[in-house]
Design a protein around this ligand. Sequence first.
Ligand code: COA
Length: 479
Amino acid sequence: MAKKKAVKAKNKAKASKIKVKAKAKPAKRPALKLVAKPPKMSSKPPSKKPWGKDGKALDGVKILDFTHVQSGPTCTQLLAWFGADVIKVERPGVGDITRGQLQDVPGADSLYFTMLNHNKRSITLDSKSKQGMTVLERLVKTCDVLVENFAPGALDRMGLTWERIHSWNPRMIAASVKGFGPGAYEDCKVYENVAQCAGGSASTTGFLDGPPLVTGAQIGDSGTGLHLALGIVSALYQRNRTGRGQRVLCAMQDGVLNLCRVKLRDQQRLAHGPLKEYTQFGQNIPFGEATPRAGNDSGGGQPGVILKCKGWETDPNAYIYFITQAPVWEKICDLIGQPDWKTHPDYAKPPARLPRLTEIFGRIEQWTMSKTKFEVMNECNAFDIPVGPILSMKEIAEDPALRATGTVVEVDHPTRGKYLSVGNPIKLSDSITEVERSPLLGEHTDEILTKVLKFTPREVAEIKASGATGQAPKAQAAE
Ligand code: COA
């Protein structure tokens, strides 16, 4: 206390000294002085080219794509759509295992592969051979980013430890998807559904009286690929400042949990009472220790469920998601022919409705069952009532709006013909995505060895003779 007083007194004295000084010398108007250095402006003037006509966001970025199956390829496909030059390194003769998985057209790359590897180039390389490693070394020295999703330890066993990568190319960003982060499970191999289970999704998906469920959305694979892509562009951005590369790791368990964060929210809310927006609350079913499966209950604070629409008896997708959003409650009452609920004490306010949700949605369903899902969609949206028709994949594939925006695209392929794919869901106004077909196995081996890695014709001949690139792709493999 005494110390505080002394400091105060000292400061007071200092202030009065300053005042005296100011009185003694008439204050000069201080010259305008910049305290901080002005931000360094880009040396390049802004582009004069029209929007979308000045290349792509990631033009100039080279990616050594050592990915396979789904999680890694999702990531590198996104980077390729934003303009990165993605060089997919595949094992000679086999390639990414998905080329041959779930094949629908005999002899042609599967849709599994083609839909995850657009806009990439393919080089075949036996990374375990001496010459293969020579090529890999050149690739590491030439590229900006290495992306891989091998089983834990596989890259190290190949000889591509982080230390080695970093010594070859200190600017390189080495990005990995693994099933688990450091800990008890770090050495485990992981696929989509394992991640959904370990990341908290399965335990919270499904109905209360049923087993845990996995979802159709590939939140473990594609979801983690998306996370990794963000990590990579962030690392590229930081490299502009530091000049250094770094490691980027996305564990699938972490990626799934990140997408399930509202369920961890509910886990903590449980300590303070039942989750009133869950249907089980209205049904007087007690809550246990962990966030329960919520069926189709809304994930947010706005109660919602899936309701039948006209034709549900024969059409498995004649359903609509209906949300009783509080601000439009009165409009809902009018629309379903229940205007008395607007003022009735059991229904007028959200807390009063919570224990009665089953009854309320039952009444709303009587109304939705008299209309098709699209009629419900139109009538509700006229009053800003949020609803979502359950669209089948067939309806999505045929949706003209999704085609117009490039979210659903038709792609031509030399061995399988035309097929539909999902285009880039992220739209950049100044970096327009053009979806190009996936490469055939080893299609670009020669051009990568010569044009990208600058091996001389003699060196290329030696590499090929060693068998490091496998057999040369057939002539038909080219365009
Ligand atoms: N030349 C020579 N060898 C190659 C090669 C090449 N071009 N490309 C890969 N290989 C080798 C690897 O070095 C590894 O060999 P090793 O085990 O002797 O060290 C082997 O091929 C395959 O690796 P692996 O990743 O174990 O394949 P897998 O088919 O057994 O397992 C996964 C597949 C997906 C389960 C596993 O890769 C994994 O857990 N990945 C991380 C998590 C992940 O991304 N999962 C989602 C997939 S969608």
